[in-house]
Design a binder for this molecule. Structure first.
Ligand code: NAP
Ligand code: ZN
Length: 357
């Protein structure tokens, strides 16, 4: 293990050591709490499909050992002398970003997610040159800028996935004007990101259609998530019946797929935002694009200002995620189920949720 002078704190976590798709207990070091840092006792961490992509090295960029986890909630145990916004005992969260340059046009606008020096919460390189380790661990040291407060009325377990799944769909929804009531929103892929997009859509008065490969999700989608419509993407009749009916689509499908049939669901001038990151390029045939003057764009998580705004809105509307809580000895079981699309709708690891501070 690389030794860095101020990396003196011993932490227990779970890391993938290779591409096998599994994690194992892993002891490592974190830095001392610096003047601008907040130390967090991690209580819960959501399991994003991105974790699985990194664990399996789907994108070819994993630096093993990788300690995944970027949907982190917990309680502050220490604050640095320059930190005024947090105190010991505060309920806080950390999402996908742990550092950025702080001085480019994007950082100035609190779009840290688009800074070209953005450091991810895990598998990133921090300011001091060390590799970042994420929230599948019992303690985190985070720079104050990248720490957010969790509204008092939201439980720390069901709120954890808001730190990635929530902000990742909220940011493009806001950017593309989807939060005005009355529009028709399509959500493709009813997983962690997708189910939060449905909840946001309903909270903001949209008509929401789920487009899924899993007929078994229909009842819950309509009854629990209050989706207005549910269609199965392999059912030609259902797809044709919905042609040219949607203003917007958020695409959260984690596997390779074609945007062609999905684009046909958009009205003329409709917009599709791709937030999913499959390991193979998506197919983008030109005809559905040009015949409908449609737009395809992408979006990568969200900045800190928007993350705070999203959390406040979730507090106001009482929006949390539908989760399956798993203990730390069952992370591999949950990863295997996530890989076979068997989760309703986010696994959250109970890391220290029951323990006293
Ligand atoms: P997830 O919970 O696994 O959900 C993905 C959904 O995609 C599944 O529930 C399933 O929905 C659908 N799906 C899965 N395999 C499929 C297949 N072979 N064919 C068709 N549909 C399939 O994943 P997630 O955590 O929501 O993440 C989704 C994607 O977004 C991942 O690629 C992740 O890396 C990416 N992501 C991007 C950002 C960003 O900043 N842009 C942030 C977080 C995550 P149905 O059963 O309804 O078909
Ligand atoms: Zn994520």
């Amino acid at each position: 293990m690389e030794v860095t002078p101020n990396h003196t704190q011993t932490v227990t976590g779970w890391a993938a050591m290779d591409e096998s798709g599994k994690v194992e207990p892993f002891i490592f070091k974190r830095r001392e709490n610096g003047v601008d840092d907040v130390t967090i006792k991690v209580q819960y961490c959501g399991m994003c499909h991105t974790d699985l992509h990194f664990i399996q090295n789907d994108w070819g960029i994993t630096m093993y050992p990788v300690v995944p986890g970027h949907e982190i909630t917990g309680v502050v145990t220490k604050v640095g002398s320059n930190v005024s916004g947090f105190k010991v005992g505060d309920r806080v969260g950390v999402g996908c970003i742990s550092a950025s340059c702080l001085d480019c046009e994007h950082c100035h606008r609190s779009e840290e997610n688009y800074c070209d020096k953005v450091t991810l919460t895990y598998n990133g390189i921090f300011w001091d040159g060390t590799v970042t380790y994420g929230g599948y661990s019992n303690m985190l040291v985070a720079n104050k800028r990248f720490v957010v407060r969790i509204p008092d009325n939201l439980p720390l377990d069901a709120a954890a996935p808001l730190l990635c799944a929530g902000i990742t769909v909220y940011s493009p929804m806001k950017q593309h004007g989807m939060l005005q009531s009355g529009g028709n929103l399509g959500v493709i892929g009813l997983g962690g990101l997708g189910h939060v997009a449905v909840k946001f859509g309903k909270a903001f008065g949209l008509r929401v259609t789920v487009i899924s490969t899993s007929p078994a999700k229909e009842r819950e989608a309509r009854e629990r998530l209050k989706a207005d419509d549910f269609i199965v993407s392999t059912n030609q009749k259902q797809m044709q019946a919905m042609a040219r009916s949607l203003d917007y689509i958020i695409d959260t499908v984690s596997a390779k797929h074609s945007l062609g049939p999905i684009l046909e669901l958009l009205k003329v001038n409709g917009k599709l935002v791709l937030v999913a990151a499959p390991d193979q390029p998506v197919e983008l045939p030109s005809f559905p694009l040009i015949f409908g003057k449609r737009t395809v764009s992408g979006s990568m998580t969200g900045g800190l200002k928007e993350t705070k705004e999203m959390l406040d809105l979730c507090g106001e509307h009482n929006i949390t995620c539908d989760i399956e809580l798993v203990s730390t000895d069952r992370i591999n079981e949950a990863l295997a189920r996530l890989a076979r699309n068997d989760v309703r709708y986010r696994f959250v690891i109970n890391i220290g949720g029951n323990s006293k501070l």
